[in-house]
Design a binder for this molecule. Sequence first.
Ligand SMILES: Cc1ncc(COP(=O)(O)O)c(C=O)c1O
Length: 431
Amino acid sequence: MAASSPHSLLLQNPNHPCNNSFFRRPNPNGYFFKTPISKKSLSITCTTLSSPSSPASTSSLKSPSKPSQDRIFNFAAGPATLPENVILKAQSELFNWRGSGMSIMEMSHRGKEFLSVIQKAESDLRTLLKIPDEFEVLFLQGGATTQFAAIPLNLCDPGNPVDFVVTGSWGDKAFKEAQKYCKPNLIWSGKAEKYTKIPSFDALEQNPDAKYLHICANETIHGVEFKNYPTPKGKDAVLVADMSSNFCSKPVDVSKFGIIYAGAQKNVGPAGVTVVIIRKDLIGHAQSITPVMLDYKIHAENKSLYNTPPCFAIYMCGLVFEDLLEQGGLEEIEKKNMKKGGILYDAIDGSSGFYRCPVEKSVRSLMNVPFTLEKSDLEAEFIKEAAKEGMVQLKGHRSVGGVRASIYNAMPLAGVEKLVAFMKDFQAKHA
Ligand SMILES: Cc1ncc(COP(=O)(O)O)c(C=O)c1O
């Protein structure tokens, strides 16, 4: 090794991690052995942190033309599959984020490095969703479930009515939680029809004094998705939407909403961060009992840095937002999602009843596709056989059973095509 090479310089630095006898040596596949090694052997370590062919060593977010052979197709509802190029980029930056000498996980959330990360994430999200200036963007913790309480606490006094249209289990959970903090009315529920429909908006009897109308834009368990949105009728009412499972899957007119909220772990990142987009005039009216961590005013005034935020999760969301922009923005993403959803629903509908999706056609989700097999005793075998072929997490939610394929933004078309081919084969074997 030449005296001036970067590696020999590293070896002269006693503080460099390579000069720690517990440095983890990469094996030929880019993984690490936790092996104590002597300083003598250092000349062969501290090199590539990924396999030589891996794009991880570049800083590009360019999508790979083909999914990697090392990965399976993960149809989980969340935490869910992430874009390969995003994971590889995070891998390449994990050890030493952009020359800072630290990983994102180790740096101060108030330092200039992390501030640049969170600011870029917000700015890219604003570009993606064309978020108007009169909306605040918050990166919070506690999952979407925490928002079920935070929303009534921030928008209502305890005696205020609010309206709920419940089209699945998540909307129902939000409705039940709101009962502790305000007076929610269930103005429509799809429960009697096993959550397979969305009502006609004209027929909704909204309370004129309701503070907000709550919907779950995409019911992750039941696979029911709003294709357009109701207009709140009350004079002060705003539309509030849980978009956890279809966030950034298509363009949305944010100005129609008072609040949009979404747990990241389906479409835009890992678990740990929840994005809240809120109209600024709705901030600052929290009930006096509101815990500080649920008060939007506190988080807005502190730019989501009132306390230690989920730094790594926010960083990952930032990489996903960058990737979505590089793919051409949400119009392009929607086209891809329509194509994937289209071929999967066509396969179900074209199976002469072997597979069946219970959801009314006009409101079928492009993100979560639940289906059953006519011969329900074959479902377990279907899921097992699919897993053997590298397609996992296809079991329907424990509350409804059957099969569910979650095909979020990051599920490649190749994954859906492989599933459809498998479905046809399986049918041919068992019809
Ligand atoms: C639509 C929807 N809302 C809320 C939640 C709850 O999210 P969290 O687990 O982040 O609290 C989920 C989780 O799957 C969901 O799918």
